[in-house]
Design a binder for this molecule. Structure first.
Ligand SMILES: *[C@@H]1O[C@H](CO)[C@@H](O)[C@H](O)[C@H]1NC(C)=O
Ligand SMILES: *[C@@H]1O[C@H](CO)[C@@H](O)[C@H](O)[C@H]1NC(C)=O
Ligand SMILES: *[C@@H]1O[C@H](CO)[C@@H](O)[C@H](O)[C@H]1NC(C)=O
Ligand SMILES: *[C@@H]1O[C@H](CO)[C@@H](O)[C@H](O)[C@H]1NC(C)=O
Ligand SMILES: *[C@@H]1O[C@H](CO)[C@@H](O)[C@H](O)[C@H]1NC(C)=O
Ligand SMILES: *[C@@H]1O[C@H](CO)[C@@H](O)[C@H](O)[C@H]1NC(C)=O
Length: 274
């Protein structure tokens, strides 16, 4: 009797393991995920604003992100100052959200200050290819560092662009964890303490404009910072991040949004202007 029960248990366990690692799981995710990046789909980016009433900004907003950073349109300024980031080591969790991979920080000790307002660093996530384009050109990857005011009412995002080349050190330090969750939606894993201060971010030259979240609910009035310096990431790292995107498109970049009458500033300190 006991032996029989044990056999059933082993059988169930192996079935569970097979299910967890089975790529066919991605089929179900289409229904589970509330939105997708497949432009042909009814849950795709052209319809996000119709899916839920509270996602209306995705459709009727006028300051949406991402946009093209066309150099002719950009106003060069030198008064915005170096980015004021104060980042500290923090416990973090890596999550597969079905439409992207997110690294969530567990304390509120890191922050970004813009013009006197303090925005707490909450999470990083990655889009591939890049969402913002430079003179119409998409790069291979874009990292979003999402900050929020303590009340949670307003977000501020720093974007970093990457092109394929040498591996990115932050992603390298997360390789094993990324492999563990890449193919399973909703999976999450504690990664211990990470130090966002180790990310080399060029602080003096950046684009700044007023935009929105690039995923539903597409909330507006988000001050965007896109760091000028383009960094590198390996092809394998992009593949790992793409494993999380469970729709036919395999990519997770929202299409470009109209600029309308917004001004994009490019902060370039005087000493760099010739
Ligand atoms: C967008 O749609 C929502 C819901 O229909 C409405 O409350 C809001 O006023 C609209 N905003 C604009 C700018 O049209
Ligand atoms: C990080 O989280 C783990 C598990 O949640 C906990 O055991 C550990 O004490 C935390 N470390 C720090 C520095 O907060
Ligand atoms: C971080 O801030 C949020 C929002 O203000 C709060 O809900 C949360 O408890 C804070 N977390 C910690 C660890 O202090
Ligand atoms: C910074 O804040 C001041 C006062 O709150 C405001 O007058 C100014 O327009 C703001 N500057 C920017 C670039 O938002
Ligand atoms: C994820 O699934 C894809 C397609 O089935 C496979 O090629 C890839 O090796 C898997 N990645 C991991 C980390 O298991
Ligand atoms: C961004 O746009 C909103 C809505 O028009 C406005 O209230 C806010 O002051 C703007 N922020 C900046 C930094 O220009």
């Amino acid at each position: 009797m006991a032996k029989f029960a044990l056999q059933i248990l082993i059988c169930c366990l192996s079935a569970a393991i097979v299910m967890l690692s089975c790529p066919a799981m991605s089929q179900e995710v289409e229904d589970e995920s509330e939105f997708s990046y497949d432009v042909e789909s009814e849950t795709g980016p052209l319809h996000w604003g119709d899916i839920k009433p509270e996602w209306h900004s995705c459709k009727n907003g006028s300051m949406q992100s991402p946009i093209d950073l066309l150099n002719e349109r950009v106003q060069i300024v030198s008064h915005l100052g170096a980015l004021q980031m104060n980042y500290k080591p923090s416990n973090a969790t890596l999550k597969n959200r079905g439409h992207d991979i997110m690294l969530e920080l567990h304390d509120n000790s890191s922050y970004l200050q813009i013009n006197g307002t303090k925005y707490v660093l909450k999470q990083f996530h990655w889009h591939s290819p890049s969402e913002h384009t430079i003179e119409g050109r998409r790069l291979d990857l874009e990292l979003h560092m999402v900050h929020e005011t303590p009340s949670g009412s307003q977000a501020a995002v720093i974007g970093m662009l990457f092109k394929t080349g040498r591996p990115d050190p932050l992603l390298s330090s997360l390789t094993n964890h990324l492999e563990a969750i890449s193919n399973s939606t909703e999976a999450e894993i504690a990664v211990g303490v990470i130090d966002p201060g180790l990310i080399r971010i060029g602080r003096t030259q950046y684009y700044r404009y007023n935009g929105s979240l690039t995923t539903p609910p597409c909330t507006e009035n988000v001050p965007w910072t896109i760091v000028r310096e383009v960094r590198s990431v390996s092809k394998e790292q992009i593949e790992l991040l793409r494993g999380s995107v469970h729709d036919d498109s395999d990519t997770n970049a929202r299409p470009l949004q109209p600029i309308n009458n917004r001004i994009v500033k490019f902060n370039k300190p005087q000493e760099y202007q010739h």
